[in-house]
Design a protein around this ligand. Structure first.
Ligand code: AGP
Length: 599
């Protein structure tokens, strides 16, 4: 995952770019670089490590007057974090920065090498700038050459390119990786991967749609298709950071499409999954897994336990960290101890990790915050790349945790030879569809808004589901209770008859997760039992269910995880709309903290 910035204007360009990159530091990076063009002359600087190293390298460089610049923080995917691999990458007279993965870069590179192009880096990105310069030889017009270049790229990208042949211009393209363009009355133009660097700088911004390609100069912003919709960007940081949404939670639900792309970059490949973070020997001798986490992160672990056992045929135990700490657990050194934490600072999870380390277990952290206490302590870490999550009620962090765990289950399955190539291919294909499912799932937002008025009272909510949809039911109930303060429980659908069904009456609201891909008829029978006892039923399913009082229709999918992710979004939206109607502060619910650093 990387961060991109770009600027056209009269300011000191180096400072503008580096400060912009500083606002994107939260995305994680291991090297950084900038390219600055003035009077058709480009200078570029790169440094490995923190931005302070780039500061140091550029301390004697300053600009004045009109100029153009692009900058980048790199999170290594292809090739090690070295200066040569850091962006911007240069051709003979052009420079490029890129966030994403060019899947067909090998083919392009081989073709370019055959016609004499020399490559300096191991990255996929470098092909863009050389390809562009080859296309310039064919097309007279630089934008045509840029379009022809982008046309040949498969994969995900947010690209900014500058060229000495177009001195005041930045060329841009977006597909699958986020990019925002901003402008102000001083004819300044800004680009960034998220709105953080644009706050207080740009007056209006446009969130680029996938497939946008264009160029900007001090006088013109041109895009194809003509889809840039500029909206005012609030000057105050808090309002601006919400990007037009009512709450951070809402923004974070809507962001899930973009962050999921980031989570998958370099990991979900054509017919495989890969984790650069894990060395070959990391899993040697491991024959069981113990997950340990709290709250939402615990739900992600529980959900993935079904995948690990089903796909990788490895025994899995899932523990709540606060329980694990005091149960005098029996730990064996063939166990991989995996902690999951959004913040990386949760006291119970951190202590559990320490216990596992002291017992000599191999440890892995799945975390959203680089350099957090948990990341520093674990033997290895896989970052979830969800970006900063501000809403106390976790949404995008949960989505990315589940995704990483699903990928990890497949990684294990492959290592252990428990899935054949066709089955792996099927999983990978389903994974690649998750971002678009997260986007499509938002279609029911209006419906959730309308339905929410019927769910503001009652003596309790039961979210029910089976198999992997049981942890999702737990998560749906947690979301609702955290922000609405209504009593909600998650329950295995088949377990209701063993006690909780005694509560059933018209004021007991059952939120039934009824996926078609998994145990539909079984779940349906359980819901019928509740309906017969007069519980009010809200069914979430791709198949119409005539006993439901309310119904949210989801899209049909062939893979259970696609149904999982879609229903997750429905739960998030529903909880948020109920809480908003109740007048609650959705982002900062009472009695809760984002990071629980006490026992
Ligand atoms: C989620 O909505 C909650 N705010 C909470 O349950 C959270 O998941 C839990 O405190 C664990 O936090 P962590 O992921 O940062 O370790």
């Amino acid at each position: 995952m990387c961060g991109i910035v770009g600027f056209i204007g009269q300011r000191e360009i180096k400072r503008q770019l580096i400060e912009g990159l500083r606002e994107l530091e939260y995305r994680g990076y291991d090297s950084a670089g900038i390219a600055v063009m003035q009077d058709a002359h480009i200078q570029s600087f790169k440094a490995v490590g923190k931005l302070s190293n780039l500061d140091e390298k550029t301390k004697n460089f300053e600009t004045s007057g009109l100029g153009v610049g692009i900058g980048h923080t790199r999170w290594a995917t292809h090739g090690k974090p070295t200066e040569l691999n850091a962006h911007p990458h240069m051709g003979e007279y052009s420079y490029v920065v890129h966030n994403g993965i060019i899947e067909n870069y090998r083919e392009i590179k081989t073709a370019l090498e055959k016609v004499g192009v020399n490559f300096l880096s191991q990255t996929d990105t470098e092909v863009i700038v050389h390809l562009f310069e080859k296309e310039v030889e064919r097309y007279k017009n630089l934008f045509d050459a840029f379009k022809a270049t982008i046309d040949q790229l498969d994969g995900a990208y947010a690209v900014l390119l500058v060229s000495q042949k177009a001195p005041d211009t930045i060329f841009f393209a977006r597909k699958g990786s986020p990019m925002i363009i901003g402008k102000n009355r001083n004819q300044e133009v800004f680009f960034a991967s998220s709105d953080a660097p644009l706050i207080g700088e740009a007056e209006e911004v446009a969130y680029m749609e996938d497939g946008t390609i264009g160029y900007a100069t001090p006088d013109t912003i041109y895009a194809e298709p003509d889809s840039l919709v500029f909206v005012p960007l609030a000057g105050d940081k808090l309002t601006a950071q919400k990007g037009g949404y009512r709450f951070f939670m809402e923004k974070e639900i809507y962001e899930q499409y973009d962050v999921m792309n980031d989570t998958m970059i370099g990991r979900v490949l054509d017919d495989d999954v890969a984790f650069e973070e894990l060395n070959e020997a990391f899993l040697d001798g491991i024959s069981r897994i113990k997950f340990c986490a709290c709250g939402t992160s615990y739900h992600a672990a529980l959900a993935s336990s079904y995948l690990f056992e089903r796909q990788a045929k490895i025994p899995v135990e899932v523990e709540i960290a606060s329980e694990f700490r005091y149960k005098e657990p029996l730990l064996t050194d063939d166990t991989l101890f995996v902690v999951i934490s959004q913040s990386g600072e949760t006291a119970d999870t951190l202590e559990a990790l320490k216990m596992a380390k002291n017992a000599g277990l191999r440890t892995l952290a799945i975390c959203n915050v680089d350099n957090s206490s948990i990341v520093r302590l674990a033997d290895a870490t896989i970052l979830t790349r969800a970006g900063i999550e501000k809403g106390v009620a976790s949404t995008k962090a949960f989505a990315t945790q589940v995704m990483v765990l699903w990928m990890l289950a497949l990684y294990f399955a492959k290592k252990r030879g428990t899935l054949n190539a066709t089955a792996i291919q099927k999983e990978v294909e389903a994974m690649s569809r998750v971002p678009s499912v997260l986007k499509k799932a938002l279609d029911v937002h209006e419906k959730c808004k309308r339905l929410s008025k019927r769910y503001l009272h009652g003596h309790g909510f039961f979210f029910i589901g089976r198999d992997i949809f049981y942890p999702l039911a737990l998560e749906g109930a947690l979301k609702l209770k955290e922000i609405s303060y209504l009593h909600a429980e998650g329950y295995p659908a088949g377990e209701m008859k063993h006690g909780p069904i005694a509560l059933a009456d018209a004021e007991l609201f059952t939120i039934a997760l009824m996926p078609k891909t998994l145990l539909y008829d079984k779940t349906k029978s359980n819901v019928e039992e509740l309906s017969a006892r007069d519980s009010t039923i809200l069914a979430i399913s791709p198949e119409f269910f005539d006993l439901a009082d309310d119904f949210i229709l989801t899209h049909p999918h062939e893979h259970m995880m696609l149904e999982f992710f879609e229903m997750m979004v429905v739960e998030q939206l529903l909880a948020m709309e109920v809480a908003i109607r109740l007048g609650n502060d959705v982002d900062m619910p009472r009695n809760l903290a984002k990071s629980v650093t006490v026992e």
